[in-house]
Design a protein around this ligand. Structure first.
Ligand code: ZN
Length: 152
């Protein structure tokens, strides 16, 4: 599968995660849980510093075998394909492509794929209340005119 840094310069890193249908091939080794299929953490791979992002793919009938909480980080689950459920503090929520769920650090969470197709989602994990400026509030417009060297 394609899962590699394709270009890296002083001010950027470009990474290919593979096609969505290849995401189930990702694995990660989690201490205490063993090898988790369909999960890929990106922070160290792409070397960003303000959050952790994981790519997740859950096969039909699969589910996380544990509940977990966090010490200081909130999480945002962004579901991009399929159907399933996420359960937080005992409350189940049906999720599908387009569903986005934010969870406080203390929320006890688990998820499962109770559908017939793959469930794909992205989790963003960042320290709760850490963001002091964001979006356009953090942007500076550069003076350069836009120039693409290879014209269309
Ligand atoms: Zn988590």
């Amino acid at each position: 599968m394609t899962d590699t840094i394709i270009k890296k310069r002083a001010n950027f890193t470009a990474y290919e995660s593979g096609a969505l249908k290849e995401w189930p091939e990702h694995t990660v080794d989690i201490p205490g849980l063993g090898e988790i299929p369909g999960k890929r953490f990106l922070k160290d791979a792409i070397e960003f510093t303000g959050c952790e992002i994981s790519l997740n793919s859950m096969t039909p009938g699969a589910g996380m075998p544990i509940y977990h909480q966090h010490q200081q980080n909130e999480e945002v689950y962004i579901f991009i394909q399929g159907r399933g459920q996420i359960q937080i503090d005992g409350e189940a929520i049906d999720v599908q492509e387009g569903t986005i769920v934010r969870i406080s650090p203390k929320g006890k969470r688990t998820s499962r794929n109770n559908s017939n197709g793959p469930l794909l989602y992205i989790i963003i994990q960042a320290r709760e209340n850490s963001l002091t400026q964001y979006g356009l509030g953090d942007a500076i417009v550069a003076e350069n005119k836009v120039n693409w060297s290879n014209k269309l």
